[in-house]
Design a protein around this ligand. Sequence first.
Ligand code: ADP
Ligand code: ADP
Length: 226
Amino acid sequence: MAEIVLEGVDKIYGGGVKAVDDLNLRIEDGEFMVLVGPSGCGKSTALRMIAGLEEISAGTLVIGDEIVNDRPPKDRDIAMVFQNYALYPHMTVEQNLAFGLKLRKVPKPEIARRVQEAAEMLGLEPYLKRKPGALSGGQRQRVAMGRAIVREPQAFLMDEPLSNLDAKLRVQMRASLNQLHERLGVTTVYVTHDQIEAMTLGDRVAVLRDGRLQQVDTPKRLFDAP
Ligand code: ADP
Ligand code: ADP
């Protein structure tokens, strides 16, 4: 687990678009932070900078106790969950969960332990021998989350992970995400344009607009305000 600190972070894209403008945000160790705001406000860009998928144009980014401005994604000890699940179609669920750990040469018994634990947490045990094509959208999204969990990273980064699911599944997955966060307590940054997700998931919610941080507070104080 680790805190994530952004200090004066800017992102200016090639065309001169200032997608993120002087972002200052401290995400505490173990906190579930939601970045919310309308399309184009810079949420994904902020998340991708934390992941190292996008260079920062100015400012400082800290993960744990290290400045990671120049670190590639693989040296950041974070795991990202995307809305398009990016599963390997020819592999079983179990193989999908294990694959990244195998590449990292994690010992087999350790892989088995982590896969088992993630499958149990996510209710995926009955599906371990199936391939993604034989799963529902919700099950696939759980596998994608499982692949992040088995890495045992310092932080989870999630970009609209529920947006491809129907309304009923989204409700279920919100409950699952809350449980997972309670159980694992891993620092999480979660991007959504959906206020209900922000309210039900976030320990705190950061509201972005035109690349700027407008407000950051608990959901209660943000949304129950008179
Ligand atoms: P959000 O996730 O809130 O929808 P984004 O971070 O995707 O917002 O985009 C913020 C702004 O940056 C938008 O104006 C968008 O058009 C622009 N933008 C995003 N990605 C790129 C890119 N790769 N190149 C140029 N401009 C981009
Ligand atoms: P896979 O995730 O495809 O099973 P790896 O875990 O070995 O395979 O990932 C290959 C590279 O991509 C690594 O350098 C890793 O840092 C990066 N990577 C893979 N998955 C994620 C993720 N969920 N979040 C962030 N980076 C990832």
